[in-house]
Design a protein around this ligand. Structure first.
Ligand code: ATP
Ligand code: MG
Length: 461
């Protein structure tokens, strides 16, 4: 997507100029020729007045598509420039799920405005949207749309086809038809392909798949995405606790979910704030969001001072020991972050589950030993070349093995432990692991040194 953007950057710049400079009588034509997504891409670079004008001159459907793709906090402002009638038309043209999102965005950023806008809506539109805003944003109920096509099991194929001709224009997708019992319960599904290859007189009951893969309104959106990926359906039905079909989740919404969840995980792994839109945030906001994590890490990391000062007399006797500290604890942090990234990702994609704990433990003891030994060989010769002290070289080699094994285990096990405790494994961030390993690494280092060099040291701690 990014490369696509850069390729088109010139065209977008042209479009922006042409829309920004358009005389009033040509704006509708110029904006009308552009694709909605292109307008979304140049949105931020347009003047405020132009933004409002565009939404009011375009056909409501097109304006609605633009609005629904704008960043959440740009939406309320975009609506400001419109007349009450303009806003009403635009909101009515939104798909119910998008309308619910827009209303939620408004409620968050401008509660008073949300109320006035809601009052403009037709009672049915308002009821549908409000029903959707009841659900959590990150659950199936929050990303579904109620515009599905439902049929009865007793209908014949030809009845369904003529029904489809009428129902299709308003449905989010016509590709899957859901079969409902008279009380609304979901009892089957058929695809458009199933329908058109069947003889006209056949009943829906005979061609439908009765075993419907579905989610409930409170299914987590990540789970919805995973099911969709596993079963390869582009739409999943959402039922309420009573088994009634209340909506469908389409793959386009799930792609957004996957992107959001991946962003969230990447932010967490870097101990960065998750609920922040970097490109749009002010320096002050970024500061406020970042400083708690950095503060927490600094406080935790300050333990290294206590450890080092505890072994002060040791360092005084063999000062060169201090020179190796960054090398050792840095490596510990790297080893731990590396494995944590792999494990967190595997947990997120469900390739790895809690039950794999013993297997991972075994695997990482072995891997850690191999890694540690290889790094130790380097350490040993490095010290021998630059320091030419066999005892220190041995101490450092041993330390390296122990730190690598330990960091590897912490990096692999901590995410699994978090998952077990119901905490997002991605919170075992690289900076977090580095902090832990700095402290643990120092303790290992000094203890090993005391053991190996014990006889030559005057004071053993
Ligand atoms: P195409 O593969 O070209 O898209 P298709 O008819 O094979 O056409 P699929 O999406 O592959 O459509 O669906 C395969 C079958 O799965 C269809 O017969 C459909 O009825 C069924 N199906 C669709 N959604 C569900 C669901 N949620 N649960 C169970 N079965 C489903
Ligand atoms: Mg198929």
């Amino acid at each position: 997507m990014e490369t696509q953007r850069t390729e088109n950057q010139e065209e977008l710049d042209e479009l922006r100029a042409s829309i920004e400079d358009a005389p009033p009588n040509e704006l509708a034509a110029r904006a009308g020729q552009a694709r909605p997504q292109e307008i979304v891409d140049i949105w931020e670079d347009l003047s405020r007045e132009r933004q409002g004008e565009i939404l009011s001159v375009l056909a409501p459907e097109k304006a609605a598509e633009i609005l629904s793709n704008l960043p959440e906090d740009a939406q309320p402002q975009a609506l400001d420039a419109l007349s009450a009638e303009g806003v009403r038309k635009l909101l009515e043209a939104l798909d119910p799920d998008d309308l619910a999102d827009t209303l939620q965005a408004l409620e968050e950023h401008r509660p008073e405005r949300a109320e006035t806008l809601k009052a403009l809506l037709a009672p049915e539109t308002r009821a549908t949207a409000e029903a959707l805003t009841r659900y959590e944003e990150d659950e199936a109920g929050g990303i579904m749309t109620p515009e599905f096509i439902s049929v009865r099991a007793t209908m014949t194929v030809s009845q369904v086809i003529s029904f489809l001709r009428r129902a299709a224009p308003n449905a989010e997708t016509v590709y899957y038809l859901y079969v409902l019992e008279t009380d609304g319960r979901l009892i089957g599904v058929l695809s458009l392909r199933d329908l058109i290859v069947a003889p006209e007189y056949q009943r829906v009951r005979e061609i439908m798949s009765p075993d419907v893969i579905h989610v409930t309104t409170d299914t987590d959106q990540e789970e919805v995405a995973r099911l969709m990926a596993d079963y390869d359906f582009s739409v999943l039905p959402v039922v309420d606790p009573g088994g009634d079909l209340v909506g469908i989740v389409t793959v386009d919404d799930v792609i957004d979910v996957i992107e959001d969840e991946a962003t969230e995980d990447i932010h967490r792994l870097g101990a960065a704030p998750v609920d922040v839109d970097y490109a749009r945030a002010s320096p002050w906001k970024m500061f406020l969001k970042r400083v708690p994590w950095l503060g927490l890490l600094l406080v935790s990391m300050s333990l290294t001072f206590n450890v080092i000062s505890h072994y002060e007399s040791l360092i005084e006797q063999v000062t060169i020991l201090a020179a190796f500290i960054p090398l050792l604890i840095g490596t510990g942090g790297n080893v731990g972050s590396q494995i944590a990234t792999l494990v967190v990702r595997s947990l997120a994609t469900r390739e790895l589950e809690i039950k794999d704990f013993p297997r991972v433990l075994g695997k990482e003891v072995v891997t850690g030993l191999c890694l540690g030994s290889s790094l130790a060989v380097f350490m040993f010769f490095y010290v021998m070349i630059f320091q030419a002290d066999l005892q220190i070289a041995i101490a450092l080699a041993i330390t390296m093995v122990l730190i690598a094994v330990c960091a590897n285990l912490v990096g692999a096990m901590l995410p699994m432990l978090f998952r077990r405790l119901g905490i997002d494994p991605a919170l075992t961030s690289s900076p977090g692991i580095t902090t832990v390993m700095d402290v643990v690494g120092l303790l290992i280092y000094f203890q090993v040194v005391i053991l190996v060099l014990g006889t030559v040291l005057e004071v053993v701690n």
